[in-house]
Design a protein around this ligand. Structure first.
Ligand code: OAD
Length: 274
């Protein structure tokens, strides 16, 4: 029988039994908060060329243009609120002792929803980095003024502390995410299109090491055929149902094992008494 969530019983059972869970999110998880994705119909890369806005060469050529684009995105993000998808992920985090949230998003919405220390693979749009001394600073002013912003210490140009095309991922974030993907026994993908590497290879690393990999996405992705299941639908709709069903299952499993423990304890007590 299908559970009330409409999500296959076997899938809930298998995810429920896992003890090391990784959730990997992409821009899809924030789309219901009103933040555009990159490759969808209204996606940012449908209206702009990544080469003009998200490369070091573009920044060297025209830092004002690049900062104006980031300022525009920062304003959209500042007006947005975490959605039901972000909040469902927080509930998952609370139920697993070994839980890692890895995100390709730079919007900071996971933390605003209450997630603790998400691993940010592509940086954070609310930070900037000095192009001369490489120091990283919080840059919360919204809207930005002046554009482009300068380093308060040395006067050099600041750049957004995000990963651009052709740049390596931050070493620590990459290592943490790779380690988590290699050792998890389940991975949940929420709204990455799974085309941008190296993040897109994390589910394959997990799969290769025997993890059960499931995605939540309104569309099939490049890796749908390689993983266990695709739950078709929006994160804000599917995730709360999935998490409800999963937490129910896990709490049932815990109370059964508590009862068994108590039963065994009583048996020992009875034997001792007789
Ligand atoms: P994409 O725009 O490539 O993919 C967004 C994914 O989210 C697609 O698979 C959509 O089907 C899915 N999606 C849309 N709405 C959704 C919803 N409500 N719930 C769940 N899923 C939904 O965005 P990313 O994969 O995040 O990098 O892009 C990865 C990287 O490419 C970005 O970090 C950025 C971009 O270029 C850099 O700028 C370096």
């Amino acid at each position: 029988m299908e559970p009330a969530s409409g999500i296959a019983h076997g899938l809930i059972e298998r995810l429920g039994r896992s003890s090391r869970l990784v959730v990997l999110t992409g821009s899809g998880v924030s789309s219901e908060s009103g933040i555009p994705t990159f490759r969808g119909e209204e996606g940012l890369w449908r209206q702009h060329r990544a080469e003009d806005l998200a490369t070091w060469e573009a920044f060297e050529r025209d830092p004002e243009l690049v900062w104006n684009w980031y300022d525009y995105r920062r304003r959209i993000i500042a007006d947005a609120e975490p959605n039901r998808g972000h909040k469902a992920i927080v509930r998952l985090e609370g139920d697993f002792d070994d839980f890692t949230l890895v995100t390709q998003n730079v919007d900071g919405l996971h933390e605003r929803a209450g997630s603790v220390g998400p691993v940010e693979l592509h940086g954070n749009i609310w930070r900037a980095r000095c192009t001369k001394e490489h120091t990283i600073v919080d840059l919360l002013e919204n809207p930005l003024s002046p554009i482009p912003p300068k380093c308060a210490q040395c006067g050099a140009l600041l750049r957004p502390d995000v990963v651009w095309f052709g740049e390596p991922l931050p070493m620590e974030a990459y290592e943490l995410s790779h380690q988590a993907a290699s050792t998890c026994d389940a991975m949940l993908l929420v709204g990455p299109s799974a085309v941008v590497r190296p993040a897109a290879s994390l589910p394959l690393v997990a799969k290769h090491n025997g993890a059960f990999v499931v995605e939540v996405n309104p569309n099939y992705t490049h890796i749908s055929a390689l993983i266990e299941a695709t739950l078709i639908g929006k994160a804000g709709v599917v995730l709360p149902k999935l998490v409800d069903a999963l937490l129910d299952r896990r709490s049932g499993m815990r109370s059964r094992s508590d009862r068994q423990d108590t039963g065994a304890e009583n048996e020992v007590k009875e034997q001792t008494a007789s």
